[in-house]
Design a binder for this molecule. Structure first.
Ligand SMILES: [Zn+2]
Length: 93
């Protein structure tokens, strides 16, 4: 089983990381909803008729490779984006 290092030297298994990321994304969406009563893309503000994605500012890959795995599930490292802005950010389009 793969494991990845955190800043404090501890290691986390991939399965644990995935669970914590899912939790962090849910928390991010919940926090935005509690503050604004709806969810929207932080780039363009679109809120309906589109998918809303959770995007990592520092990619999961980069967090793991730099030994800062805890950033993968840091709510501060997650931005809510529409599909289009998520793709632009990840340079897919
Ligand atoms: Zn957008």
């Amino acid at each position: 089983m793969n494991s990845y290092r955190c800043s404090d030297g501890s290691r986390l298994k991939q399965s644990v990381i995935e669970r914590l990321i899912t939790k962090a994304k849910a928390q991010k969406v919940r926090e935005q909803f509690e503050e604004h009563q709806y969810n929207f893309c932080e780039q363009c503000g679109v809120s309906s008729g589109t998918y809303i994605d959770c995007s990592h500012d520092i990619s999961v890959k980069e967090c793991k490779e730099s030994g800062r795995t805890e950033l993968c599930f840091d709510v501060e490292n997650i931005t809510i984006l529409c599909r289009k802005h998520h793709q632009i950010k990840d340079k897919l389009i």
